[in-house]
Write a protein that binds this ligand. Structure first.
Ligand SMILES: Nc1ncnc2c1ncn2[C@@H]1O[C@H](COP(=O)(O)OP(=O)(O)OP(=O)(O)O)[C@@H](O)[C@H]1O
Length: 242
């Protein structure tokens, strides 16, 4: 296996608040990596650093073998990094299909029939085909999350970043969305998924990392990480042995 993404000592501070403290890890091609950590730990900021909407203070980011540290967000998007947002951000006055077409044309650079074909294929995968002509603003929360996935996938990503996509869903809705994400993973897309709904995350990811105060404090096999003293300390307030 080769790494699709490499963070090497990536750091970022806003004044006294450090959101990324020398973050270093690799994501292997086709891997699904879960990210957990308390509120305000710097998880979304890490996505902003990976996509390029937030410039790092120091460190290096390598994507698909290219140093992208100084590349713009638009360039990174065109080379295959796509994300979903914690709060869905569709064009509410446009239909589901029109939202998908914007991603296919602007992010994947497709035109005409080719763009339409991709959108239809992705809408089928994300189970939104029957709602292709519905206005995005009229969708239920689950379908807005599905539209977030659709828009990201229409950019033809090699790396898909999911930011708390399971939040606010019922158990049944969550199960249905998890199956869709499993299918996306099975199709070969590399995934990094930030999620507070841990059981959803554990149903999909191959590996887990824990971020606290911008620092990577634990990583490894999901079960081992969930049982680790770092996670016990952060979530249960249990003091580690000296
Ligand atoms: N542009 C900014 N300017 C100043 N502070 C910021 C900025 N962006 C984020 N922060 C601060 O950085 C910290 C980390 O925020 P971030 O959203 O990355 O955390 P998070 O782990 O994703 O949290 P949550 O789980 O609640 O979504 C927070 O204290 C936040 O207020």
């Amino acid at each position: 296996m080769s790494a699709i993404l490499k963070l090497d000592g990536v750091s970022k501070s806003f004044g006294a608040v450090t959101v990324a403290d020398s973050l270093s890890y690799e994501l292997q091609q086709g891997e699904a990596l879960g990210v957990i950590g308390p509120n305000g730990a710097g998880k979304t900021s890490m996505f902003n650093l990976i996509t390029g909407t937030l410039p790092s203070d120091s460190g290096r980011l390598v994507f698909a073998g290219q140093d992208v540290t100084r590349q713009s967000a638009a360039t990174r998007s065109r080379s295959g990094i796509a994300r979903s947002f914690q709060v869905p951000q569709p064009f509410s006055g446009l239909t589901v299909f029109e939202n998908a077409m914007i991603a296919a044309t602007q992010s994947a650079g497709l035109t005409g029939r080719e763009a339409e074909r991709l959108c239809l294929q992705i809408l089928e995968q994300t189970e939104l085909l029957s709602k292709a002509n519905t206005l995005a603003g009229k969708l239920t929360l689950l379908d807005r999350k599905r539209l977030e996935l659709t828009r990201a996938l229409c950019a033809k990503p090699k790396l898909l970043l999911l930011d708390e996509i399971a939040g606010g869903l019922t158990e049944a809705e969550c199960t249905s969305l998890v199956q869709t994400i499993k299918d996306i993973h099975a199709s070969g897309v590399s995934i990094i998924w930030i999620e507070h709904v841990v059981h959803a995350l554990l149903a999909v990811v191959d590996r887990l990392i824990v971020i606290d105060f911008g620092k990577l404090v634990a990583q490894g096999d999901p079960k081992t990480v969930m049982d680790s003293k770092e996670v016990q300390e952060i979530y249960l307030g249990i003091e580690a042995d000296a």
